[in-house]
Design a protein around this ligand. Structure first.
Ligand code: GRF
Length: 263
């Protein structure tokens, strides 16, 4: 039998997706094991789930770092290997013309937090990181240190909408308020933008006239618990092939996108 993959998980909240992955590892559906659970939130309920399964946990104090910066930006020292211009050029979260001070605050505080995440992850070997309800954007500082081979991404995320519609923090809410007749969830690898990375899998559900935001969330979460383990299983089986494709548009312009194919 092939070797079990080692999975690191990062969460912020209830951890029901984490639980779905833990259960699938335990049942053997995923040939893998979770080797750590990290969080930005010391009160995340998902930490108890990890502890019940004797999975090591750690906390990175994002809000403390951001508070410190707000009090005095000079106190915060970015990591030694942090090159601001490099990270600024690569990231694509900030719209053009966005306040440069805010961008700087965002990138510096996140790099300090990400440096701590990386240090706390360092004792563990891992093949894949799953973001399971992790409510912080990861910057190129972190991504480049995990994805050392750009064509072999290894950070997955689950998003509560059918991307590329409704990126951001409230996918189900945005789907509902837009009046969509179909909602869904997406698992993707992360890239340098917000919820913009190559799509691995999606599941959808119908939205009926009597649905509310709560029933939509319920329908969506139930699908997330199926979709995320399925995508992790494909990764563990080595069945996710990544390639760069170039498209030419009607206006002659070309654009490139990384595609994931299941083989
Ligand atoms: C999920 O809806 C996920 O898509 C979103 O946050 C929620 C996390 O739920 N990013 P849980 O912590 O896995 O229960």
């Amino acid at each position: 039998m092939a070797k079990k993959i080692k999975i690191g998980a990062v969460i912020s909240g209830g951890g029901t997706n984490l639980q779905a992955i833990i259960d699938s590892c335990r049942s053997g559906e995923i040939n893998g094991e979770i080797v750590f659970v990290g969080t930005d939130n010391p009160d995340a309920k998902g930490l108890q789930r990890a502890e019940e399964d004797r999975i090591p946990t750690f906390v990175t104090n994002y809000s403390g770092i951001i508070k410190k910066y707000n009090n005095d930006p000079e106190i915060i020292a970015a990591p030694d290997d942090f090159i601001y211009e490099d990270i600024l050029t690569k990231q694509s979260f900030s719209p053009e013309g966005y306040n440069p001070e805010k961008i700087k605050k965002f990138l510096v505080t996140r790099a300090v937090a990400e440096d701590d995440l990386l240090k706390q992850m360092a004792p563990y070997q891992f093949d894949l990181i799953v973001l399971a309800g992790f409510m912080r954007n990861l910057t190129p500082y972190f991504i480049d240190r995990v994805n050392t081979d750009p064509l072999n991404p290894r950070i997955m995320n689950i998003h509560p909408a059918l991307l590329p519609s409704f990126p951001g923090v409230d996918g189900y809410g945005d789907t509902f308020r837009y009046g969509c007749k179909t909602g869904g969830c997406t698992v993707h690898f992360i890239d340098y933008g917000e919820d913009s990375g190559p799509i691995i899998g999606q599941k959808s559900f119908q939205i009926e006239p009597e649905d509310t935001i709560d029933t939509i969330k319920k329908k969506g979460l139930e699908l997330e618990w199926q979709l995320y383990p399925e995508c992790v299983r494909l990764f563990a089986e080595g069945r996710l092939k990544t390639e760069k494709k170039t498209f030419t548009l009607d206006n002659g312009k070309t654009f490139e996108r990384v595609f994931v194919t299941v083989v």
